[in-house]
Design a protein around this ligand. Sequence first.
Ligand SMILES: NC(=O)c1ccc[n+]([C@@H]2O[C@H](COP(=O)([O-])OP(=O)(O)OC[C@H]3O[C@@H](n4cnc5c(N)ncnc54)[C@H](OP(=O)(O)O)[C@@H]3O)[C@@H](O)[C@H]2O)c1
Length: 321
Amino acid sequence: MVGLIVARSKNNVIGKNGMIPWRIKGEQKQFKQLTTGNAVIMGRKSYEEIGRPLPNRLNIIVSGTKKFEGENLLTTASVQEAIKLAGDKTVYIAGGYGLYKEAIPYVDKMYITEVDTVVEDGDVFFPEFDESEFEKSTGASGGDEISFTRTTYTRKIQQHEIKGKTITFRKLGEADLDTFINMRIGQLTEEYEAEGKNPPEGVDLETALKAYYHTHMADNTFVSWLALDGDKIIGTSGMSFVVKPPYFTCPTGRLGLLSSMFTDPGYRRMGIAKELLERVTEEARDYGCGAVWITASNMGVKLYTAYGFEHNGNFMQYKLV
Ligand SMILES: NC(=O)c1ccc[n+]([C@@H]2O[C@H](COP(=O)([O-])OP(=O)(O)OC[C@H]3O[C@@H](n4cnc5c(N)ncnc54)[C@H](OP(=O)(O)O)[C@@H]3O)[C@@H](O)[C@H]2O)c1
C-alpha cells in the first residue's frame, strides 16, 4: 500500500521558511505509529530539516543533487524509484510539495491532519486533488492551543502491478454479495474438510450470511476489501466492529474482528493477503478501534505475525457450542 501523511492548515499551508509552521503536542504521534517498521519517503529539504534518519524504519530520500546513505537510509531520484526500492514494505510519502504532487495520482490512502489555524505567508502548500476519487473519513481530534482533526482519504479503486498482473483493490459492494458468500461458504467448508470432517448439516448459512452482511454493511459495522484480477474476485478480507466497555488505551471501546481472509490458490505468495490485511486493518484504525483480534488458522499465523500481530498472553476462549 502506498500511503501519504501530511498536516495542513486551514489555508492549505504545510511549510514556512523551511519548517512546519506549528508545534502541537501529540500531533506527530500518528506519523510515528504508521511509519515505524515501514518505509518513509521524503524530499531532500524535508530530510535536511530533520537532519537524521528516523529510527526503526527505512528512510528513502528523493534528491537529484545529493546522496544520503547509511543504515536504513537510501537516496533515489524519483518517488516511483523510491517505492520500488521499498520492496514489500508499506510506504508513506511524507512530503514536501513535489513528492506529494508526484504521488497523489496513485496513492492509495492519505492521512491528512487538518490543523485548525491559518498560516500567513506560508511558502509550501499541499497540492489540490480530486476528492471524488477518494472516500473521506473523519477521525479523532486533539491538540493544545491549536487543535487538529485526523482525516483519511482512501482511494475507491486502487490498482497495483503485482508479479506482472494488474490487481484491483476495492471495497465489497452489494452487487458482490452472492459471489462473496459462495466464497465464504467454500472457505469454511474447506476448513472442515482439512480436518477430515463435514460441516454440520441443516444450517442455512447462506441466508444467515446475507442477513448479516446487509445489516452490518448498512450501518458500517462490517467492511471488506477485495482483490480482483479483471472482474474475478481473487482475494477477500473482512472486518467487523464490536464495542466493549472503554479502556484506557481505547476510550471508544471499539475493537476490530478480522475474518474472511482468503486468497485464490492461483494467486498465493504474491503478497495479496498482506495488501488486504493492511486495508481492513486501516479501516479499523479509521473506525477508532484500539486493537484488531483474529482467530488465526495455522496458515494465517505466519502472515499475521509478519504483519505485527502478537499472541495475547491471557486471551482465552470458552466454547458455548
Ligand atoms: N506539514 C507537513 O506535513 C509537512 C511534511 C513535509 C514537509 N513539510 C514542510 O515542507 C517544506 C519542505 O518541502 P519542499 O516542498 O520545500 O521540499 P522537499 O520536497 O522536502 O524537498 C525538495 C527537494 O526534494 C527533491 N524532490 C522533490 N520532489 C521531487 C521529485 N518529484 N522528483 C525528484 N526530486 C524531487 C529535490 O531535491 P534536489 O534539489 O536535491 O534535487 C527538491 O529540491 C518544509 O517547510 C517542511 O517543514 C511539511
